[in-house]
Design a protein around this ligand. Structure first.
Ligand SMILES: C[S@@+](CC[C@H](N)C(=O)[O-])C[C@H]1O[C@@H](n2cnc3c(N)ncnc32)[C@H](O)[C@@H]1O
Length: 680
């Protein structure tokens, strides 16, 4: 993170109003609309932090700030309060919380069951449900409950340390200065946008302009498209009253999808897939959130240090940071860093790792215990492996596997840097290797390879690179890997018997549908609570007329626009009994590639098709013939998109197959001869 770049606090995102959608008023007809960007920017930066400080000091609940940019009077008050904060509330005087006291006690922490921590503490902390319920985040270090003393930022046994007080105050000062600067920038930008807005026409005129622009083949005016999107969403929110009677709902949705593709740059296929997960208004918020990366977060390596000491060291280097939220005891969110965070002495010494906040969650759900035997099936570059190792206090053993040799090297690097000594790195295709080579694990983490639709903010290439083929091939592989994970788990483990499945994708095909599939294949597993409390949303219990297991609500989904973290899915399974006689994935693994064998039409046990499972059920079984056609079609499209002639590829394939056949025939001929001889 470079100087001058500020990140939004981890917590609930801007409201739809802040995103420029008002379901009640038709603002762009009644008068010039306040530019959405202005509201968003303002919501991203200043007011929230100021509100938190204000609440801490006055020990009272503020009214919600509807507008991102508050009135001048408000701003003045907030700034005053902000400055007062530095004077009147020396952080060293604030009382330590029990939680953070606990964090510092490493040995005790190791003794505590993480299941207990996650289920009781996280819930006690009221996690993000409270965050989601109120616009004012209460996970701030400067926040306090009305009945409680204000809390310190990094509490522990050194309450009276002057040095710490100064450091923390310096941090607040840094934050405050940046907020003032930010506010000034937002105001200037808002002024500019108001001037621009005055030039804008209403939506009816916009449509005419957009049509003529399209007709002339010119680049579309994105501001006008944005206006049309917000207007369409408004209409869809109250269709019976607001819709043009000559237009159907489908027409509105088609228009909106087309605008989303133009405005944000998605392929129609992916735009529709993602759009179908939400209401139109929420889909807009999701696409908006994907336009910016999530906050930079680092995880304290508790094998080396504790969060307070690390924070102090980084504050000394001018880094502005604060704890990521109540749900984590090791995460620090970075607001401002004048030094490269991947090259500080603390980084090189292994005191922390830069890690997306959402990727803490699968490990917290896994809740590894000291002295266990754990498998991390797809481990590179090792963010989760090293967290597992830290939670186990370097006891027991973690097998960190990754099929990609190059990535496995990065994994080894991180393991060394972070001083993990209980880890063995292996480089297998997990579909084939487990449990054949190794099994009987107390816990298995499958952080599966996926389409990455949850991390578009970080990798916008996903918008155009993922096609129909990916959304067939990936779930297929994920199902096989998850079956392997289950079969590698020891159901009779005294401390475990758990499997955690996670992806950084938000599509149902890669998440609930995969879990549903393995539930059918393995009656010896059930979905259990992740222990992540109410942070995140429940997994889908149904989707597009497909019904999933009732317990799917115990799985957790995370979204950039809801929790301000990367999109993620976490499911925890408990293995309740031994492996069934004919585990599907193992038979499939006997062939060179179980996915290929499945696509080539080997049904039955190779696919692990359960009796009664209907082939062609996207959310449980496979229809290999259909898959084959779809894969072929998608491949042709893919080749065409790259300017290649699919017919040439077809001819090459046919020639290859002929060659192979020829060899087979020759080889087979020899065998046949000998066979014939024997026969005769
Ligand atoms: C989402 S990434 C894992 C990230 C990792 N868990 C972390 O936290 O740093 C998925 C990984 O799966 C690996 N992978 C893909 N197919 C695999 C397979 N068949 N067996 C094992 N690993 C595989 C990829 O190389 C990739 O590193």
């Amino acid at each position: 993170m470079g100087p001058g770049r500020r990140m939004k606090k981890q917590g609930p995102p801007a409201t739809l109003e802040e995103l420029g959608i008002n379901l009640k008023r038709k603002s762009n007809v009644d008068g010039p609309k306040e530019p959405a960007k202005r509201r968003r920017k303002a919501a991203d930066h200043g007011p929230k932090k100021l509100v938190e400080l204000d609440r801490t000091l006055r020990n009272e609940q503020l009214p919600r700030s509807k507008e991102g940019v508050s009135s001048g009077k408000d701003k003045k008050n907030k700034k005053l309060v902000n400055r007062d904060a530095q004077i009147t509330v020396p952080p060293a005087l604030l009382a330590p919380s029990d939680e953070e006291q606990e964090e510092e006690d490493d040995i005790d922490a190791a003794d505590i069951s993480l299941d207990e921590i996650s289920s009781s503490q996280l819930e006690d902390d009221e996690l993000a449900q409270a965050d989601l319920d109120q616009e004012v985040s209460d996970d701030s270090v400067f926040d306090s409950d009305p009945d409680e003393q204000p809390r310190r930022m990094f509490s522990d046994d050194e309450d009276d340390s002057d040095a710490e007080a100064q450091l923390t105050a310096a941090n607040i000062e840094g934050l405050s200065r940046k907020l003032d600067q930010q506010q000034a920038e937002v105001e200037a930008e808002a002024q500019q946008e108001l001037e621009d807005a005055a030039l804008q026409t209403n939506i009816a005129k916009d449509e005419g302009v957009l049509d003529s622009v399209a007709a002339q083949g010119l680049a579309p005016d994105l501001a006008l498209i944005r206006n049309r999107m917000t207007e369409t969403i408004r209409v869809l929110g109250n269709f019976s009253e607001l819709a043009d009677k000559t237009k159907s709902r489908t027409e509105y949705i088609d228009q909106l999808l087309s605008d989303i593709c133009t405005y944000y740059g998605y392929t129609p296929y992916l735009a529709e897939k993602l759009f179908s997960l939400f209401t139109p208004a929420e889909a807009f918020a999701f696409f908006e959130a994907n336009e910016t990366p999530r906050p930079v977060v680092l995880r304290t390596n508790t094998l080396r240090t504790n969060r307070r000491s690390l924070a102090q060291a980084l504050i000394n280097r001018g880094v502005v940071l604060e704890p990521v939220g109540k749900w984590s005891k090791v995460g620090l969110q970075v607001f401002e860093a004048p030094v490269p965070l991947g090259a500080t002495p603390e980084y090189l010494a292994g005191d922390y790792i830069l890690q997306a906040a959402s990727s803490f969650l699968p490990v917290m759900a896994l809740a590894p215990q000291p002295n266990e035997r754990i498998l991390d099936m797809a481990a590179a570059p090792g963010g989760k492996t090293t967290y597992i190792s830290a939670l186990m206090r370097n006891t027991g053993v973690v097998f960190a596997n990754d099929a990609n040799k190059q990535r496995a090297k990065g994994l080894i690097g991180n393991i060394h840097r972070l001083h993990c000594k209980n880890t063995i790195v292996c480089n297998y295709d997990a579909q084939k290797a487990f449990p054949k080579i190794l099994g009987g694990f107390d816990r298995v983490l499958l952080d599966a390879p996926c389409s990455g639709t949850g991390v578009i903010g970080k990798d916008p290439s996903v918008k155009t690179s993922k096609n129909e083929r990916d959304f067939l091939a990936l779930p297929h592989m994920q199902k096989q890997l998850l079956l392997a994970a289950i079969d590698s788990t020891d159901h009779s483990s005294k401390t475990g018997g758990y499997i955690v499945y996670s992806t950084c994708s938000v599509t149902v095909e890669e998440n609930e549908a995969v879990v549903q599939y393995v539930l059918r294949k393995r009656p010896n597993v059930k979905i259990v609570d992740t222990g992540l409390g109410s942070f995140g949303s429940e997994g889908f219990k149904s989707y597009m007329n497909k019904k999933f297991d009732d317990k799917m609500s115990l799985t957790r989904r995370y979204f950039p626009h809801r929790e301000n973290v990367d999109g993620f899915f976490v499911c925890k399974l408990k293995k309740t009994g031994p492996m069934p006689k004919n585990p599907g994935h193992l038979d499939g693994a006997k062939t060179a590639d179980s996915t290929t064998s499945a696509v080539n039409g080997e049904k039955g046990s190779a696919l692990g098709l359960e009796e009664g499972a209907k082939p062609g059920d996207d959310f449980g079984g496979f229809d290999d013939e259909e898959d084959k056609h779809i894969l072929e079609r998608a491949e042709k499209k893919w080749l065409k998109a790259r300017g290649l002639d699919p017919r040439v590829a077809d001819r090459k394939k046919a020639a290859g197959a002929k060659g192979k056949e020829g060899k087979k025939v020759n080889g087979g001929g020899k065998k046949k001869t000998s066979g014939d001889k024997t026969k005769s």
